[in-house]
Ligand binder design. Structure first.
Ligand SMILES: *Cc1c(COP(=O)(O)O)cnc(C)c1O
Length: 364
């Protein structure tokens, strides 16, 4: 079957090199081979996340760790910062975990600002907050450094940060941010197959987790730390993913972090320029556009061009590319193009050519 190349914001296209690593011969997860593999990638993961903490690997999609962080770290009440489908969902997840949870809701398309959080945390009612750095449903990147600076004022509040679709695409310095949990699923910017989450916790988070009686086992942060100290995971991990991650880290450091970050910025800007050239406006509030995906307005907000998105998707698909037709309540009134993973200026140009062609055909 002809493969349709993924330009949706996750999962994204996986390289042959990654797949070859993924299918490495199996080893035991308690044996020296696995420990050596994990030990070998640990310094690279720490360099990628600018941290001295041990970086953990969870065989689960991101939601596993997102829910786990709630179970480990919310004793009193969690403030869920909400500006899109994923961040909105986190409130529901917290409540399903039996936690007291409140919404800080802003309009989809807008970022979450530090002042908004500060006003709510000042009530003293919260011991945790959930925050999504890059809201994949809206293409909005919120100012994570400014938000994290609130930690100074609210040291006892656990800052749980989802960087699912941004980690590895731009500089996120875990230790300097001083947040408590930073996590990402690997099917987004890492361009690995879905099913693995990379995350890191602060010492304060581990101390607090140790006091949570109902934190369960599978996502127990204390277990992750204890095992990581031995270069292991609490339960049998997807070992293929760990090989794939090792291969990807090789790519990342061969390119260089700064070059990788700059590449994502350039490619996202190219997509924004493509959209502007065709009369489209962007869904995110200006100044908060993501560097990993572009959410293009197609009637969700006043102004800009409006097209038949499913038709455009089909015409693009016939040329071998999959783009996204919008997510949640803005499905159809937006569409999204990802530049995550291994994309380059030339691969993005191929996609724009297919899109140009589709738009031409739709005029006829
Ligand atoms: C994709 C995504 C998730 C959910 O990830 P799963 O892998 O489906 O668990 C959470 N947050 C953000 C920002 C995402 O983009």
């Amino acid at each position: 079957m002809e493969h349709v190349k993924l330009h949706i914001p996750g999962p994204v296209e996986v390289s042959d090199k990654t797949f070859r690593a993924f299918r490495s011969p199996m080893i035991g997860h308690r044996g020296q081979g696995f420990k050596d593999l994990y030990a070998r990638i640990q310094p690279e993961l720490q360099a990628l996340l600018y941290t001295k903490q041990l970086v953990y690997l969870s065989t689960s999609s991101a939601w596993g760790v997102m829910e786990g962080a709630i179970r480990n770290l919310v004793a009193k009440r969690v403030l869920c910062c909400m500006n899109g489908a994923f961040s909105d969902k986190w409130l529901d997840v917290a409540r399903r975990c039996g936690k007291e949870a409140e919404a800080l809701q802003v309009n989809w398309g807008s970022p979450i600002l530090a002042e908004q959080i500060e006003a709510r945390l000042s009530s003293g009612q919260f011991d945790a907050l959930t925050f999504i750095h890059n809201e994949t449903s809206t293409g909005v990147m919120s100012p994570v450094y400014r938000v994290a600076a609130l930690k100074e004022k609210f040291p006892d509040v656990m800052f749980i940060v989802d960087a699912v679709s941004s980690m590895s695409a731009l500089k996120l310095e875990f230790d300097a941010l001083r947040v408590d949990v930073l996590l990402a699923g690997t099917q987004k910017a890492f361009a690995l197959p879905p099913g693995l989450t990379v995350f890191v916790c602060s010492p304060a988070a581990l101390t607090k987790a140790a006091t949570a009686k109902d934190r369960g086992y599978y996502f127990d942060l204390v277990e992750f730390q204890k095992n990581a100290e031995q270069n292991m995971t609490p339960s049998t991990p997807s070992i293929g993913h760990v090989y794939a991650l090792a291969s990807k880290l090789e790519d990342i450091f061969a390119e260089g972090l700064e070059a990788r970050f700059a590449r994502h910025e350039t490619l996202a800007k190219m997509t924004r320029d493509w959209a502007a050239r065709h009369g489209f406006t962007l869904f995110p509030e200006p100044g908060y556009e993501s560097v990993t995906l572009t959410c293009i307005n197609n009637g969700a907000k006043p102004g800009g061009r409006v097209i038949d998105v499913p038709k455009c998707q089909k015409l693009v698909k016939d040329q071998g590319f999959l783009i996204d037709g919008g997510y949640g309540k803005i499905k159809g009134t937006t569409f999204r193009i990802s530049n995550m993973g291994d994309e380059t200026e030339s691969t993005m140009q191929q996609l724009y050519a297919a899109l140009d062609n589709a738009l031409d055909q739709m005029k006829k």
